[in-house]
Design a protein around this ligand. Sequence first.
Ligand SMILES: [Zn+2]
Length: 336
Amino acid sequence: ALDWFAATPGAVWQQHAPAGWAVVAALAGVAWIAAPRGVPGRALGVFWLLPLYLVRPPPPDPGAFRLVVLDVGQGLAVVIQTHTHSLLYDAGPRYSDEADAGGRIVAPFLRASGVTRLGALIISHQDSDHSGGAQTLLQTVPVDWLASSLPEDHELLAQRTSDAIRCEAGQRWTWDGVRFSVLHPGPAHYANAKLKPNDLSCVVRVDSSYGSVLLTGDLEAKGELELVRRDPAALKADVLIVPHHGSRTSSTPSFIAAVAPRMAVFTPGYRNRFGHPRPDVVGRYADAGITLRRTDYDGALTLVFAPGTALAPRAEREHDRRYWRESPVRDGSPLD
Ligand SMILES: [Zn+2]
């Protein structure tokens, strides 16, 4: 019987994080409702509660977009929001049999942001630090289409036959004036059985009038050099999500030179066992004068590409500091 109740539409109320003023208005409304008997119009106080439920966090304006690199530990999950659409690039790792980043981090973040539907989910490749949270996410949030480099027999594709496609270089679409294009892999990569999953990482660029981002999954040196050889100009971007969490098998000098980002974002797990990011790789970006950020130290990073916004990310660990959260121990790398 409980299943029946749980299945009724609207059985679970998903609430976004309300704006500060909506909370103040709601508190005033509660005080009004709780006023002593005889105060006229007490019931009207209920209207003061409505903004709490009805006013959603504002989306970016048409032509602008918001980039949020979530802190999922060792792994990747990036949310891109335009005026009316949202995209998730990778869904973070699986932590245990019961827990994964999709259910613990990405879905709650989307809910708090007022995102009730994803226009697209891109899973760059099959490694579990990128795909591990996808199953839970697909069960929690409606997704219009899924693009990936997953093998055809992957469990994630078993349930989605009609709206799952392969990432393929040349695919493009535009949402609210923001342009998306897939740069890698191509049909020849899928046909090459010798390539590792990392080599098949979907590489996606996002362009707006206010800046651009390049997402590279876990691409390694071989894929980077191919992209540089094919069309270096297509790589130029303001922000680079650094390939493979800053491993030494990626971030070749010619790739960094072609992308020439103003900011590089590393997505390693805090004190991860792989030693990502490698100090020499971090140094390569630092020596080129590129601003460095990393989610293990900064927490989630939010960048807004809109008129008049400089590349000034909001770092959750700074912005949302709490006395019970320890400061990360930084390891003496050039980022300190
Ligand atoms: Zn990875």
